[in-house]
Design a protein around this ligand. Structure first.
Ligand SMILES: [Zn+2]
Length: 124
């Protein structure tokens, strides 16, 4: 799993210092906002920019084996189903503020049957 917390913090420092324009980080496009609305999970974290709204996490899936699904947003239930059906795919979690359109990659990780069985073997 790759965690992007450091990049996020560095970016926010730049924004608050005025080195990075707000327009450059409050740029969630309609597609992402729509994904946040329909597939997102509200998280217990307030938007670091407008501090008005709780953030929503959107999980995007990518992988050759996913075919036409690759590049789409999925909710946690769908992620579980995909993980049981496909050998390996990558999930990118993006946090979105639906009020000011702040968005940032939070983390990425790999899911799939290939990973699960490997993990089980290690645990046994
Ligand atoms: Zn916001």
């Amino acid at each position: 799993m790759v965690d992007y917390a450091l990049q996020r913090r560095a970016l926010l420092v730049d924004v608050h210092a005025g080195r990075t324009p707000l327009a450059g980080v409050q740029d969630a496009d309609p597609y992402l906002l729509r994904a946040a609305r329909f597939h997102g999970e509200p998280v217990d974290r307030t938007c670091p920019l407008c501090r008005k709204e709780r953030l929503t996490h959107v999980s995007w899936v990518f992988g050759e084996g996913l075919r036409q699904i690759s590049g789409s947003a999925r909710n946690p239930d769908e992620l579980e189903q995909l993980a049981a059906l496909h050998r390996e795919f990558t999930v990118h979690v993006v946090e979105v503020c639906r009020t000011c359109r702040w968005n940032h990659l939070v983390r990425s990780y790999v899911l799939g049957t290939g990973r699960t069985s490997r993990r089980r073997t290690v645990g046994e």
